[in-house]
Design a protein. Structure first.
Length: 147
């Protein structure tokens, strides 16, 4: 049975996508819980327009984020944190903290889930993090200084 998703569903697809699923799964679970609707030709056209609009918005957001992060290429990002005499931080610098500083510096909101570190940042000094933009990864240098 062809359905149109009303919400993002992990393992199945994104909102406004047209999917072919088993009849029982569609009727009993997806449509029954309001996660999808039956696909008619008019609804499929509307869903395709919505999906195209969503893809265009995502591409524009990606371009904006990439241009904003290019401002940090030479400089990096400086974060001030409290550390002990052995240069260990009292609190690890989280992805949410990095995202907040990126928003303050470059003016573009970055989700914490799109920031990846190889290890928890728990010491002063320079560290590299990756900001995932679409399917690409932009490296950003983070410098942690003592307050």
């Amino acid at each position: 049975m062809k359905i149109i998703l009303k919400k993002d569903i992990a393992g199945l697809g994104l909102k406004s996508e047209v999917k072919e699923v088993a009849n029982g799964y569609a009727q009993n679970f997806l449509i029954g819980r309001g996660f999808a609707e039956m696909a008619t030709p008019a609804k499929v056209k509307h869903a395709e327009k919505q999906a195209a609009k969503r893809a265009a918005e995502a591409e524009a957001a990606k371009a904006t984020l990439e241009s904003a992060l290019s401002k940090l290429k030479g400089k990096g990002l400086i974060i001030r944190a409290t550390a002990n005499e052995k240069d260990h931080l009292f609190e690890a610098v989280s992805a949410a903290t990095i995202a907040a500083h990126l928003k303050d510096i470059v003016g573009v909101e970055v989700e914490a889930s799109s920031i990846h570190t190889e290890y928890p940042i728990k010491a002063l000094g320079e560290h590299m993090v990756a900001v995932i933009v679409g399917k690409d990864s932009v490296p950003v240098k983070i410098k942690i200084e003592s307050t």
